[in-house]
Design a protein around this ligand. Sequence first.
Ligand code: SIN
Length: 339
Amino acid sequence: MTLLNTCTDLNSLKKMLKFTALATLFSASFSVFAEPVEIKFSHVVAENTPKGQMALKFKELVEQRLPGEYQVNVFPNSQLFGDNNELSALLLNDVQFVAPSLSKFERYTKKLQIFDLPFLFKDMDAVNRFQQSESGQNLLNSMKRKGIVGLGYLHNGMKQFSASSPLVLPTDANGKKFRIMASDVLAAQFQAVDAIPVKKPFSEVFTLLQTRAIDGQENTWSNIYSKKFYEVQSHITESNHGVLDYMVVTSNTFWKSLPGDKRKVIKAALDEAVAYGNDIAAAKVDKDKQAIIDSNRSEITYLTPEQRAAWVSAMKPVWAQFEDKIGKDLIDAAVASNK
Ligand code: SIN
């Protein structure tokens, strides 16, 4: 090797080292200034609800634990997507988290119809027991083949009927139009009392009630209060006839795209946010009900045991109509959670 050759090699080596050092510096500073990955969480309810608060808590925890890496943007009140398109948007990865009511998954699985069967659960403790049981946990995976991953249940509460006239006995509902979520079980529930079910998105309910295009609806105290349905419904019946809870879901595609360690942090943040939302749901039952009572806008009907029994015997035959699709074993497991 000549002296000239050695000098040239040394020079190239120096140049290479300089380039590598610059490249490392550049990539380090690039990652410092890189934009965080955006995670969109869309929902249809107000912020002062169990779901609204849970989503904000999730944002807080993820951004606290993965600072600069992930940013969670929450879109409440159907601002981004509503009932008609939130699940298809999830599958297109236009949104990464949604938490629809359990009544809104019918296109993806018939199994979750169990939660709509009228008078199935005696209270929220029974609902919780069922959701946490093996059967309930298996339901989180019931839409995996369709690309939807269930990450957990979130409570809202038991549903009440409201209308522009008193609903004391099932015959009071005859011929009346009730807005329902997009669920065939809920349609059958109102048909069982000769009422007319009308499937409409949540974002349209207030206007439909205000303009008297429909006579009534069913919802939780929290939704009736936060969406001001009580201002346009003269009567509410405390029926506790069904449950309105949620499944927090993401898409298989998004979930699998996350690095394993980040997925773990995000799941833990979600579990904590859900527990926080569940505490709010429990507190809101009495708080929002009392706020409605104090407003004097709606008269509340408290059913006697005999009046309630009349609703039960009119609506319970709906179970048999859906037993084949839901599965008798699953219904039996839900009934067992009442004990
Ligand atoms: C919700 O709580 O997410 C909406 C419920 C409804 O559509 O009535």
